[in-house]
Design a protein. Sequence first.
Length: 138
Amino acid sequence: MDIETANGAKNKEPEYEVSLVPCKIRFNGSTTEFQAHFMDDQEDLRKTNDNLVTSIRGRKIIGKKLKFFEDSKIVLADVVESTDDDSSNNAACKTKSYQETAVVTQLVNYEREGNESRLEEEMHKFGEYLELVRMIHN
């Protein structure tokens, strides 16, 4: 028998803003390069309506915020697995517990300037994925 439980946050968990940026790197770890976050180009913001415009390493990138459903959120969780022996029927019981560790408050997908069609395509795929998740879990 398998049991899965989800535990809500006990305390106020950290909140993160996620930015997906187009780049190729061979590094997996912490960086100090983005400590000041992305500084939006206010002049270009007026021209592009709901798009965000900024630069990374001197190249202009254009982003769009992913709009979540009002009744949902993205949660980061730790998984704790344990196995208990049920002596009454000689069966092992596997238990998975999910503990909320952080919340994603905003997700922005960026693409290089001139490649906005790919940005629109990716945002459409994100929307389809969220709709599928909603249909499965509601």
